[in-house]
Structures are given as C-alpha cells and as structure tokens.
Design a protein around this ligand. Sequence first.
Ligand code: SF4
Length: 349
Amino acid sequence: MLKQTGENSTIDKIIEIKNKLGKEVVILTHHYQRKEVVDLGDHKGDSFDLSQKAAVDENAKTIIFCGVHFMAESAAVLSQPHQTVQIPDMDAGCWMADMADIVMVERAWKEVSKVVDTASITPIVYMNADASIKAFCGRNEGLVCTSSNADAAFKWAFDRREKIFFFPDEHLGRNTGHKMGLKPDEMILWDPEKPLGGNTEDDIRKARVFLWKGYCLVHTRFTTEQIEMKRKEFPDARIIVHPECTREVVAESDASGSTSYIVTYVDQAPSGSTIVIGTEINLIERLALEYPDKNVIPLHRSLCPNMYKISPENLLQVLENIGELNVVTVPEQIKNDARVALDRMLTLA
Ligand code: SF4
C-alpha cells in the first residue's frame, strides 16, 4: 500500500482513492511514462505484458492504462467481461500507429492481390497499431507481434507462407528481416500514398517482405553520428538501441532489443559499466536512478510527447470517475478478430 505524504497533493489524493478501491482497480504504467506516474502504478512494463497481467487479475474491475491509446485498446481486447479499461488522456495517441488505418491497409491488400495471390502472404502487425488492423490480421491468417517476438513471428509466418506484409513500422520489419538473413532487396517499402505502394509488379512478385512506410519519430531521431560521438566520449561503453531505430543505427550499436530487453540488459550489466541507450528518455532516466552503480546515459534525449500526456493530474481525474471517464472500448467483432491475431502470437515460442 502506498503512503500519503500528508501534503494534500494530487499524489496524496491518488493514493487515498487507490487505497480505498484496493484490488478493484489496477494501474498499469508503460516503461516510457514519467517517473511520478510509474511510482503510482501497480505494474510497469511493455504494452503486451501489462495487458496480459491485468486480464488475468480476476479482482481488477477497472484497468487504468497509463500509456498511449493503442495500448489501452489492446488491454480492452484482452480484458474479461467484468473489466473496464480507462486511459487518463484520450488524446494520448501514437504517431506510428496513426500512419496506418484500416482503410489504407485494406486498399493495399487489394492492390497487392492484383499481382500476387494473398494466400501466399501472412499479414503481421506490430502491437503499435489500431485494433482494427490487428483484427484484419486475425481474419487473414496473420498475427500480432511485439518487438520482443518479431523474429519468432517472422519465422512462424515463413513456415506457412512465402511472403509477409508487415505493418506499420518499416524499421522493426527491416531489422527483423535482416536478422533472419533476408537481403535488402527482398524487403520492399510499401508507400500507401503511391499506386502499388510505389513498386513495380515485378518488385512485388520477387519480394519476401512488404514493409509499410511507418516509423516512430522518437526512435528515428537517433543517428550513426550520435553513436560515433558517444564512442569517442565513452570508449568502453556498450551501446544498445531499440529495433524501431533505423537499420544503420542498429548496425552500428552493440545490441538492440525491446524495452524489456533493455531493462534486463542494464540490470545484468556489471557494476561500474557504461551503457548508452537509444530509446525514450523517461525509461533511460529511470534506469539511471534505479542503477546508481552503473553509468546509464542517453544516446540522445528523445521524448515521446504522447506518452508524456499522461500525468498525475489526469490519472487523478479518471480515479475520481471510475467506470465513466475516458473508457476505452473496442467493437465486439473487432475484439474477436483481434483476439485471434493476439492468440496466434501467444503460441509463438
Ligand atoms: S515512442 Fe514512438 S511508437 Fe511509442 S508511443 Fe511514442 S510515437 Fe508511438
């Protein structure tokens, strides 16, 4: 149980309501949330781990997701009938998720079907997308993946079909394909603004992976020049980046992996080591505080303004309006189809 400070502050009011509601409410905080918010949560982690934790928590009637909208939507897809999902700010969206909507995705699928049989393509959607695209993948023998299991999802897909259509992050898709030994010309970019995604029919026939032209503005701010500078400044440092970074940045780093991978990497690094990290700044700053025996520094300061929209003030507002304010729902048919794609992900090794 969290203790109040006695200052009658927003934090104290949150703690008071939380203590009163007990296990009926569970507050989930994504790794990229600011520290004040993370300190008030019951669980911190990446989006899928958090949703799963909440869904199996029988006592939790209300799930408050401190993260961006697609995360709260995934929690709603996985939630049980007696659970309600709320988000402190409905406007906390995600730039990357907004780069693909269902109309664009269905149009692309139709276009590609004019050149190759879609029965030869597995659609894979990164967790960072709208529930309707997860549902589309569920309906079309595809699945969802996270940055932790994208390799396993690609393998699953290639064991079944010849090609993959990957939405909506071109960089995670390219980095994963590269890890699997695909050549750059076997992965083609699909620009939804252009006919045939900007490709020729021949390109489409030859391609193994279609990469939707979407990206995360937080992770594409990292550059190889920054890596070069940090290597000069800290010659003994290990440089670790998120796979939403560009291929060049990942290639120049010492390791790359999901937020959970980064957390474990820092945890297991020897005391006294220097770790330079390329991901959202709030996670890096928290890790620096949690591991004072290690030198944890950002490759560059890159903040996600959408994640930053969640604050103790709007968290308090939802706690004062349990079951009413900013309730995130997903239509039943979309929920069912998205669940199919999420369940397929759960079968991955
Ligand atoms: S860090 Fe990037 S992918 Fe994550 S929520 Fe922010 S914009 Fe979206």
